[in-house]
Design a protein. Sequence first.
Length: 141
Amino acid sequence: MRKEPSLDAEIIRVLPFGTQVEGIVSAGWMKTDDGYLKAEYLSENDPLSEMTFMGEWRLTAYYETGYATASGVYPEVNVTLAHNSLPFGTKVYFEDLGIWTVQDRGPAHLGTEWADLYLGDYGTCVQFGERTAKAYIIKSP
């Protein structure tokens, strides 16, 4: 959940999958009493039925390089994910961290149970450090 209807806006809360929310959808965002949710991430179905559990992954973070990602797009804070083998465009949900999109590549020697999250600046990356989270691939419609 974000403070404003923008991917650049501050994240004020991460809602677990299955959380019931109500609000008005406009211009691709749902406005709730607490903040804004990107409408494309909302589902009327049981979200767990649309995901495949991939295990506990090791997560690291990276920041601005000034270059486009391996997929050709420029990285987006709290959206871009680097993984060494998943197809570009794959959506991955990390428990307590939300939904990320594979748009970049990372070192193959780190294996398939690793991801690098684009967090935009050095300080945020240092604060994030290295951690683990349960990873789920979101099935394409």
